[in-house]
Design a binder for this molecule. Structure first.
Ligand SMILES: Nc1ncnc2c1ncn2[C@@H]1O[C@H](COP(=O)(O)OP(=O)(O)OP(=O)(O)O)[C@@H](O)[C@H]1O
Length: 249
């Protein structure tokens, strides 16, 4: 079951600096929410509060009725909140298929089987095939990660994250560093994510945000300035001034 994620009165102080101010919002099941805001607004801090890298000063993070705010990072992943792995977590000498096998075996408590022959893995191989199909990376299955283009590596990283079967997926700048010639692969992959997954996209690239998000939250100085549809956000005078002022538009 996935009712989405509710964040209630979430605050974080670093000494005297308040970087998350009484944040209350929901990431409903199936939503595609973008979190935008100028540098230093608190976007990364917010993501770190959701994943458990940081402990909140106050407030609650509720997933399907359970307050997960005090769980460790790994327990939160098991509960269903996952952020994309960093590319450095990919095993560069292993193939895409081998990389995908690892988190699935781990999820199933079967890592001891990694070095066995693949005979007993038909369920796992079928899941890997589905994941690759969802992200349109089947042609890369038997290629070592080392030889893949950067954008392709980001797709493998996304597939690895999906392999843990999250309910809430945080994409932290999914197109960062990806050449513009490859960024459409990322956009297409986000559009093809499972329908019932709640997705939070933290992104500076407004074109990508407008292509994939159905809701946008604008964060400024650790507080929500506004929340609305992409059209509502574009029409907002304060947002326009903020972005024109920051040279983003
Ligand atoms: N560990 C920390 N200790 C003290 N201050 C911190 C710490 N981490 C972040 N900050 C401060 O919190 C504020 C928000 O930072 P954060 O990185 O969350 O912003 P951001 O919106 O992600 O910025 P960017 O778009 O540049 O990545 C900044 O003023 C930053 O200097």
């Amino acid at each position: 079951m996935n009712d989405g994620l509710s964040i209630v009165g979430l605050s974080k102080n670093f000494g005297g600096l308040q970087v998350a101010r009484d944040l209350t919002l929901t990431l409903p099941r199936g939503s595609r929410t973008a979190l935008i805001g100028p540098n230093g607004a608190g976007k990364t801090t917010f993501a770190n509060l959701l994943t458990g890298v940081l402990k909140p000063t106050s407030g609650k993070i509720v997933l399907n009725g359970q307050d997960i705010g005090s769980l460790s990072e790994s327990a939160r992943v098991r509960a269903g909140v996952a952020k994309t792995f960093q590319i450095t977590n990919l095993f560069r000498d292993l193939t895409v298929r081998e990389n995908l096998r690892l988190p699935i075996l781990e999820r199933e408590g079967r890592t001891h089987q990694f070095f066995r022959r693949a005979d007993g893995w038909s369920d796992i191989e079928a899941e890997i095939a589905r994941l690759m199909q969802d992200l349109n990376i089947q042609p890369l299955a038997d290629k070592p990660v080392r030889g893949l283009a950067y954008g392709q590596q980001r797709l493998v990283e996304l597939a690895l994250t999906l392999a843990v079967k999250p309910k809430v997926l945080i994409l932290d700048e999914p197109a960062a560093g990806v050449p513009s010639t490859e960024s459409h692969f990322i956009v297409e992959a986000i559009k093809r994510l499972p329908q019932d997954l709640s997705v939070l996209i933290i992104e500076h690239d407004m074109q990508l945000v407008f292509e994939v998000a159905d809701r946008i939250i604008v964060l400024v100085n650790g507080a929500i300035l506004m929340e609305g549809t992409p059209d509502e956000v574009v029409a907002n005078k304060q947002v326009r001034e903020l972005y024109l002022g920051a040279g983003h538009v």
